[in-house]
Design a protein around this ligand. Structure first.
Ligand code: AMP
Length: 193
């Protein structure tokens, strides 16, 4: 893996474990010689993961839409900051530049970005691994929801398995590195759901 994209909150959240995990993850990514790709803001957990990777000597690429950059939300100390037209362009560029995806705790933005790359994997549009860093049980209810979607036959078990999870950054990075893509077409053999 040469580059990992991290999705995370533009807020810090109330549990200090979230910032701690963002710092550990940014440091671990840089220590492994992997580039960090992220949303380019200096705010919240986004700023924390970027600052940690930079402090550990890593390369950090930020992708930010013009309307956010112009609100002075862009991180000014990145290895490279790319300004794109829209949120859609940002996600497409993040996927293009990255070999794997991680979601740290976050809100709607994080969830939307993670579920989009998951959906693209499900459709076979990419074969890259994606993982949730389940810090302090933040994603327990989302993981339960994914299980419920399988039980209700709205998600196939093989697609549920696309969500890699861990509670520790190093463990999650090891799992993403070990990932072997399975090519499963969402629309073939639907009766096997
Ligand atoms: P949220 O989880 O709702 O805080 O949104 C965080 C995610 O959405 C990040 O991964 C960003 O790509 C994007 N995002 C949301 N708010 C901002 C912001 N103020 N500046 C830059 N990116 C943001």
């Amino acid at each position: 893996m040469r580059s990992i994209c991290v999705f995370c909150g533009s807020s810090m959240g109330q549990n200090p474990d979230y910032e701690k995990a963002a710092v550990e993850l940014g440091t671990a990514i840089a220590d492994r010689g992997i580039n960090l790709v992220y949303g380019g803001s200096h705010l919240g957990l986004m700023g924390a993961v970027a600052d940690a990777a930079l402090a550990a000597g890593g390369e950090v690429f930020g992708i930010i839409p013009g309307f956010l950059a112009s609100k002075e939300l862009a991180h000014q100390g990145l290895t490279r900051l790319e300004t794109v037209e829209s949120m859609h362009d940002r996600k497409a560029r993040m996927v293009e530049l990255s070999d794997a995806f991680i979601a740290l705790p976050g809100g709607y933005g994080t969830l939307e970005e993670f579920c989009e790359v998951l959906t693209w994997a499900q459709l076979g549009l990419h074969q890259k691994p994606q993982g949730l860093l389940n810090v302090a049980g933040y994603y327990n209810s989302l993981l339960q929801f994914f299980d419920q979607a399988v039980a209700e036959k709205l998600v196939r078990p093989i697609h549920r398995a696309l969500v890699i999870e861990a509670t520790e950054p190093e463990v999650l990075l090891d799992r993403l590195s070990a990932y072997q893509p399975q090519t499963v077409d969402k629309w073939i053999k639907q009766e096997e759901v």
